[in-house]
Design a protein around this ligand. Sequence first.
Ligand code: NAD
Length: 296
Amino acid sequence: MTRIAFIGLGNMGGGMAANQAKAGHDVAAFDLSPVALERAAEAGCRTVASVAEAVKDAEVVITMLPAGPHVLGVYSDQIIGVAPASALLLDCSTIDVETARKVAGLAKEAGYAFADAPVSGGTAAADAGTLAFMVGCDEADFARVEPALDPMSRITIRAGDHGAGQAAKICNNMLLGISMIGTCEAIALAEKLGLEPERFFEIASKSSGQCWSVSNYYPWPGPVPTAPSNRKYEGGFASAMMLKDLKLAQDAAAKAGATTPLGAQAEALYALFNGLGYGGKDFSAMVQMLRGRIDT
Ligand code: NAD
């Protein structure tokens, strides 16, 4: 049994903390939201009244927070210097590379082992304990990181040093945003040409257009029963979250001097879709905007 402090019990963190409790660990859980705390208590976590109370005796601290400013604020004011220096600190949020490296630097200065460990897989994988973790940490620390993530993971890969986990996450999601838009455009064109989107799936999923967005997440109802397209694009990965990640990719590209023209287009299209009021819909609902008729 490990003493785990879990901070941030939202759509993702709630399921992840529950899986740590299910694995037999003592999970001291904290969130600003009373509803999230209640759900964590029902899932077997020991809820506490503050970050400080959660981390004071922790062997492992896990954070799953919305964005960079939350992560920097919580680590610099409430975790570093409060948790025992022997604690392993794991931030699983998706944030910018710069902030991840800044937090890692502050943690290291104070004597902690820290890893950025963002995830791929969404809420279903968070609940099922089958997330993919991409880790940025000192090589020597990875032997401690992998078992700590195990109850929540299907696979854990060390991407490199601090910040490399976030770099991998941002690049992966930029590719996902682009491939989803490509899939949606192809479906919209197929429909206009009189080709049924269901029949196009049969062909594209076995041809050179095959990709995850086609085979696992087809944006048209029918061919992939688990895809949010079958649930009026509810649940899944919100377009607002995709926009956040595409913005992170564009900011990173500008700072690194990288040329990412399709990433820029993807950001513009998701900004337009969010601006039309569809930020809460799954990101595959983009197909509706591209066929010129939003009837979700
Ligand atoms: P969420 O908004 O549902 O959860 C975030 C939680 O953090 C909320 O419950 C909020 O109350 C809590 N919180 C905020 N500030 C806090 C503080 N100072 N102290 C304690 N708790 C605080 O978001 P989510 O969907 O769970 O996403 C969390 C992170 O995971 C994000 O960075 C997101 O980009 C990433 N992510 C999400 C998905 C997804 O499918 N939802 C997939 C992969 C990665």
